[in-house]
Design a protein around this ligand. Sequence first.
Ligand SMILES: Cc1cc2nc3c(=O)[nH]c(=O)nc-3n(C[C@H](O)[C@H](O)[C@H](O)COP(=O)(O)OP(=O)(O)OC[C@H]3O[C@@H](n4cnc5c(N)ncnc54)[C@H](O)[C@@H]3O)c2cc1C
Length: 535
Amino acid sequence: MTYDIIVIGGGVTGAGVARDCALRGLSVLLLERHDYNYGASGRNHGLMHSGARYAVTDPDSARECIEENNILRSIASHCIESTDGLFVTLPDDDIEFQATFVDACHASGITAEVIDPSLACTLEPALCRDVRGAVRVPDASVNPFALTHANVLDARLHGADMLTEHEVTALLVAGGRVEGVRALDHRTGLEHEFHAPITINAAGIWGAQLVRLAGIDIQMFPAKGTMLVYSQRVNQMVLNRCRRPANADILVPDGTVSLMGTTSDRIGIDEVDDMRVTDAEVQLLMSEGEKMVPQLATTRLLRAFAGVRPLIADDSDPTGRSISRGIVCMDHATRDGMEGLITITGGKLITYRKMAEQATDLACSKLGIAVPCTTATTPLPGSESTGNEWDDFNPTHKSNATRRHGTCAQNIPADNATDRTIICECQHVSVGEVKYAIERLQCHDLVELLRRTRLGMGVCQGKNCICRAANLMAQMSGDPEKSLRDLERLLDERWRGIKPIAWGTALREAQLTATIYQGLCGLDQAASGRKEDQP
Ligand SMILES: Cc1cc2nc3c(=O)[nH]c(=O)nc-3n(C[C@H](O)[C@H](O)[C@H](O)COP(=O)(O)OP(=O)(O)OC[C@H]3O[C@@H](n4cnc5c(N)ncnc54)[C@H](O)[C@@H]3O)c2cc1C
């Protein structure tokens, strides 16, 4: 129960820190209160920024983005689709801004090529025809789930202990230093103490509450962002409006779907664990999206979801738009007189590796260890070179499992017909992939399965596949009651995302899903039976 480093939080940042520590030979424990990617890392746009979006307003963050963009292409190739991006000027936008934007990109080291609007429409046929200007930049699409899991996998392969469903409830403080943590295991209800000379707080927006346990104050700004998922991939390149960052100005292609986003509104910290998407947010995203890509007006919506950006507070900005997305690494010894505690926050999904490097460098200097960081040059599991450049850099042609797991897909059982059977047609998830997730990726229930395989995230939103997966997990665990409870939880979670956009075809499909699960499978009766059994 004693380690060199304890990391709190299993988002991409915490996973990256655990990996970096493990690669440097430190003994490390990561504690996540729910599941990997439960926070912002599983609720974002999946845009691998070139940095262009921030070039005018936040040049430090823009430089961090382009540096990490280049690194991730080589170490995380299986998580990335190299789509490139366009910043387009629509009739509503100021064309004068284009020159300012291109100059700022160049100043931050970002390639930005002005192209003729007609060429933009040829490259991206979904674009509206009255585009007035277009700039091509090296944006891309990134699979955030795969990125975090590749870091988790590598950390574990290098000896890290990684515990999900473990919530840190206390920081153990003695003599002005944090000496460890107390954590509640949600699966057993037991509390455990873990000790380490250094604890790294990578708890995202919850980081402020966490350090308060040691009497430290950090002012964070919970900036909620809402996104829409369309049922088809309408665009092939990342599309951005060429203007200062604003609401509803990015459309990202992601596998077989497209994601429109985002909004930015400050919410109360008490709302972070119970976020609701509002009608006004959905209307805004739809109407702005249609201006850039008219086809969205007739494309079916699949769901809406929201995440909270872990930003450091700046009360002069009510929306959080102008707060820097730069990395914030706090040494609480120099800041607050509390040794043994580091906070790493701010930043972006795609700057997670740099964030991890900064936090681990600081931890190493405190421990008196001089091992350099190697994460910028060591490929993540799944992205090792196969010697075939096409395979390494063009994941679009690969099987879906390869896109999710890279070269690790070769470990997915496929020797017999049962293992090869597809149980989620939308995302092409096989029985073997479910087994792989359970046996190798710390998957304990259906929601966790969804985060590891994307089962249930496709066009049918789980209508056809979730009961099959529940059955399979019941067979493997020998606990059908648990599978039934998991099934209810997953359907609730899916419905939460469908409800804000439930009209037309989406509503009809949701009704069909309800009929299958409640009518045919009797799930509501099973649930009410269980409630009657309770004292
Ligand atoms: C709407 C939106 C869109 C975005 N789009 C993009 C994008 O396109 N590209 C990009 O690069 N970035 C994007 N971002 C930013 C990016 O998602 C975040 O910067 C990044 O995911 C933060 O990761 P994290 O690990 O620091 O935090 P999180 O992912 O929030 O992880 C924190 C973890 O800590 C855990 N935790 C909290 N308290 C405790 C405790 N007491 N004990 C144990 N564990 C605890 C939580 O459960 C959580 O899993 C977006 C963010 C939002 C909200």
